[in-house]
Design a protein around this ligand. Structure first.
Ligand code: ATP
Ligand code: MG
Length: 361
């Protein structure tokens, strides 16, 4: 059986270069492989679980994220794009799964735990919204409704896939039917790409943390963000020996540079190892490595910006892709919902009514 791929993003902001190396780049490669179906979901309902007071932000970013997808080269002929909240089977499936998971299990989820802290939901005046703590279950509904077998994600999402696998196991066991498919996560190969740090040195670049280089940043913004990047506080003068571990500029070079880039932009070094050695020895200034990173990033972003301009000028094409994709997604999810209800014995169709007539005859 061929794979079904499903992945998605929250429309909480424009997409950034963390998304690019952690997931978008891989999706562009994946779209040319052999699979049965490839879905990309704009997870607006999930975004509302921690942005419930700001639905206009979520609404605004649906098309922004869609434009980001198309501008990195994701192809609507190969991928079905859809809006999560427009697929009404998903919350219904979520509701049935909620009976299969304990509250303690949700609260033990390490990503949920750290996000609760990050969003201040652990403070006395706020409290944890039930919808928020429930989002791993809703993610399980998203994945299983499309019978996804492969889910490309960043490493912060691994606990969600594990939760989904537990739900699949218990659903199929309790209702004695293999209705749900077991999904597997797919991670980026390069370790630094699993969780690209923010330009402030925070361990994750994230829309909600305001530490991003966006795919839409213009040259000037890109340059000033790179200039402001945290390096090594002990490397004060050029001749001082420097550290490359924990030095964000080097982390980004690990994620983005290739030997080709050295030939093109910094031919006095063969590769990143040589550059790192020089930095460690001393005698290599921060400005030089930042300039190099800027050239690499600029080369990456130029075609992305160009493509985006095209789609911004042809916005009705973009909207059609989303409308058609959402319809296709509805057909898939509705079909799975019926199978789920049937397995649970709660499909109240003509058979049910005939059965009742017989019972009372
Ligand atoms: P938010 O702050 O609203 O949670 P986000 O920046 O974390 O936004 P998501 O939409 O939550 O972005 O994540 C979409 C996908 O991109 C997920 O698979 C996630 O793991 C991956 N991802 C997000 N940030 C990074 C990053 N810095 N490095 C690698 N992958 C990332
Ligand atoms: Mg996130």
């Amino acid at each position: 059986m061929k794979n079904v791929i499903l992945t998605g993003d929250r429309p909480t902001g424009r997409l950034h270069i963390g998304h690019y190396v952690g997931s978008l780049k891989q999706r562009v490669e994946l779209q040319n492989t052999d699979y049965d179906k490839f879905f990309i979901m704009i997870a607006d309902a999930q975004a509302l679980t921690d942005n419930y007071g700001n639905p206009s932000k979520v609404r605004h970013h649906i098309i922004e994220v869609m434009l980001d997808y198309l501008s990195v080269g994701l192809d609507p002929k190969k991928i079905t794009f859809f809006i999560q909240s427009e697929v009404r089977a998903l919350p219904e499936i979520t509701a049935y799964y909620m009976n299969l998971v304990t509250l303690n299990r949700l609260l033990r989820n390490p990503t949920v735990k750290s996000e609760i802290q990050l969003r201040g939901f652990d403070s006395e005046d706020k409290g944890i919204p039930v919808g928020f703590v429930n989002y791993p279950i809703s993610q399980a509904a998203d994945i299983t409704a499309f019978k996804a077998t492969i889910v490309p994600v960043g490493d912060d999402q691994l606990p969600m896939i594990e939760q989904t696998r537990e739900i699949v196991r218990s659903f199929n066991h309790i209702y004695e039917k293999d209705v749900l498919c077991m999904p597997k996560p797919l991670l980026a190969e390069n370790e630094v790409c699993l969780r690209l740090p923010g330009i402030d040195g925070n361990n994750k670049m994230s829309k909600s943390l305001g530490n991003c280089i966006f795919l839409t940043d213009d040259s000037k913004t890109l340059e000033s963000k790179i200039k402001s990047m945290y390096t090594d506080p002990t490397h004060v003068k050029v001749e001082d020996p420097g550290h490359v571990e924990g030095n964000i500029v080097f982390t980004y070079l690990d994620a983005f540079s290739s030997d080709e880039d050295f030939k093109k932009f910094l031919p006095e070094y063969k590769n990143l190892d040589e550059l790192k050695d020089h930095y460690r020895r001393g005698g290599l200034g921060d400005m030089k490595i930042k300039q190099f990173l800027y050239k690499i990033m600029e080369e990456l972003l130029i075609p992305i910006r160009e493509k985006r301009k095209y789609y911004e000028a042809h916005i009705s094409e973009v909207l059609d892709v989303l409308k058609e994709g959402t319809e296709v997604a509805n057909n898939y999810a509705n079909k799975t919902l019926l199978e789920i209800k049937e397995a649970m014995g709660i499909l109240y169709n003509q058979d049910f009514f005939d059965e009742q007539i017989k019972r009372y005859e």
